[in-house]
Design a protein around this ligand. Structure first.
Ligand code: ZN
Ligand code: CA
Length: 530
């Protein structure tokens, strides 16, 4: 997270707090109900391990106040139908900036929007009952939930005289409303247990995990989040600020799946960090993110041969099983041009991809992202073989079952190359719906094409799977949220958006088959090639 954002938020609250600190404001946040939850169909194969599909980062900086958990809850059927396996939620605890905070300045770990302190009952995202309802709903759908943990620092304590510094410090957390995990100056650096650790975050009181009380209290909090609230996994914020043993302890005691935010472009430093946790967590792939940022923002002048070189592929290039790949997040969103090329890369490459809410909700990106999430879940399996690369085109094959071929082209014209695929005497289709089908010869050789500043993803065309594939694409019903259902039809040339209204329990089979027939007949239409 970025210090400037925190400081900005604190400035804003100090200016505007008197305007909003009314009882109506507080009660609004407390009384809004989670929408009625009815008839959510559980998708048969949705009970997946975290990391098997695609993660959705379900927030961005400065989401609308107080209703965010409800917004996510209303969107869950669509999230589920799109093929995500987990959502990453923001830090849940009441923070110094109360209802304004994005959660990265935690005050009372056990106040998840339950106690009237720091200006509101709710956190920025809602009240505790909204969070619990959301997590229950996720569980019913087989979606996992990843909690964001700020373990390095606290904020909002009262001033007290600190015998370790002989000054007054804001380290008195003895009056938190939950009356749980009370803290004082010796729970922070400098403590009698330890002078300092790896890092501090601005001026925020820096928790001393070497103090057994702090270590054990945080682990108890983790068990409470797991057992009483319902989290399945963890995102460790700002791990550069504290001992990796804290993360290791958490994974040993609390368990679940974990990913660390070790914000650095140097993959060797990330590997050292992961090793120091005994490799019990994954890492966000910042080095790969920087490579893909350069690919996209160079607008054609980037040498795509780098994508065939593990040195440029971050954590994913060496330890794909520990790489959480991403293109943007709440802190950093720097790709200005050709962003979908980067999404095409991470959603077809090894590693566990994470899609950013803002991109997924961007009308220009949503459908192509959903197509790629579907492609990821169905085809992008196994090891990787580079089939061809030059300055403007990159063609790689995923070798698993069924596998796929990704082609990226950052030139100005359609490009095709003759490559040897793993499929002999087969028909390959571009599941993004842009290129013609291709036949492979008896040794697997075929042409693979990609559009300018774009991408294609080919895989084997098995039209006998048509009915199977379309029935497994999730058709769920919701009382309020139109469902954007991305169906790969036949060879996947077409996507259709299907809105269901309140009175429609599901699409009748006959209507579905009719639509599929029409789309199949028309399937040549969207094909283009220079
Ligand atoms: Zn951060
Ligand atoms: Ca620290």
């Amino acid at each position: 997270m970025m210090l400037t954002k925190h400081l900005l938020i604190i400035c804003i609250i100090s200016l505007t707090f008197p305007l909003f600190a009314t009882s109506e404001f507080i009660s609004l946040a407390n009384t809004t109900n989670v929408g009625q939850i009815t008839m959510y169909e559980v998708i048969s194969d949705s009970s997946t391990e975290i990391g098997s599909r695609v993660m959705l980062q379900a927030f961005y900086w400065d989401v609308p106040q107080y209703l965010w958990y409800i917004t996510i809850n209303d969107t869950l059927p669509e999230i589920n139908a799109s093929g995500f396996d987990a959502i990453w939620l923001p830090p849940p605890s009441k923070a110094q900036s109360g209802g304004f905070s994005m959660g990265y300045d935690p005050y009372d770990y056990y106040d998840l929007g339950e106690f009237n302190q720091m200006g509101s009952i709710a956190t920025r995202f809602g009240v505790k009952s909204h969070l619990v309802s959301l997590l229950d709903h996720c569980r019913s759908l087989g979606l996992s939930v990843i909690g964001d943990l700020v373990l390095n620092h606290n904020s909002g304590g009262n001033q007290e005289f600190n015998l370790n510094t002989n000054t007054n410090t804001y380290t008195d957390f003895s009056t938190v409303a939950s009356n749980t995990f009370l803290r004082g100056y010796n729970d922070f650096h400098p403590s009698t247990f330890e002078i300092s650790d790896e890092g501090v975050f601005g001026e925020f009181p820096d928790l001393c995990h070497a103090n057994p009380y702090v270590n054990e209290s945080l682990l108890q909090w983790g068990e409470w989040l797991r057992d009483d609230i319902g989290y399945d996994g963890w995102r460790f914020d700002y791990v550069k600020g504290y001992h990796s043993s804290m993360v290791e302890d958490w994974m040993d005691v609390v368990g679940g799946w974990g990913v660390a935010e070790f914000w650095d472009g140097n993959k060797e430093l990330i590997f050292s960090y992961l090793d120091s946790t005994e490799n019990k967590v994954s890492a966000f792939d910042f080095p790969l993110y920087y490579t893909l940022r350069d690919v996209c923002n160079s607008d054609g002048s980037y040498d795509l041969r780098n994508l065939a070189n593990p040195a440029f592929l971050g954590v994913m290039g060496n330890r794909p099983y520990q790489s959480v790949t991403f293109i943007a997040n709440h802190d950093t969103d720097e790709i200005i041009t050709n962003k979908m090329m980067a999404y095409a890369f991470i959603l077809t490459s090894e590693g566990y991809p994470c899609v950013f809410w803002k991109d997924w909700q961007n009308p220009a990106l949503k459908t192509p992202i959903n197509v790629l999430v579907d492609v990821h879940n169905r085809f992008a399996k196994g090891s990787t073989t580079i089939l061809y690369s030059d300055e403007d085109i990159y063609i790689a094959q995923r070798n698993g079952d069924p596998g796929c071929i990704i082609a990226l082209n950052d030139g100005t014209e359609w490009r095709g190359e003759y490559v040897q695929s793993k499929w002999s005497s087969s028909t390959l289709s571009d599941y993004t719906g842009q290129a013609f089908d291709e036949e492979t010869n008896s040794e697997g050789w075929t042409e693979i094409w990609a559009p300018p500043k774009g991408y294609t993803v080919y895989s084997i065309n098995n039209t006998s799977d048509l009915s199977q594939e379309t029935t497994s694409s999730a058709i769920t019903s919701s009382e309020s949220t139109p469902i954007s259902s991305t169906s790969d039809v036949g060879d996947g040339t077409t996507t259709s958006d299907t809105s269901l209204d309140n009175n429609t329990p599901g699409i009748p089979v006959i209507v579905t088959l009719f639509i599929l027939t029409v789309l199949t007949v028309l399937k040549k239409f969207p094909f283009r090639r220079k």
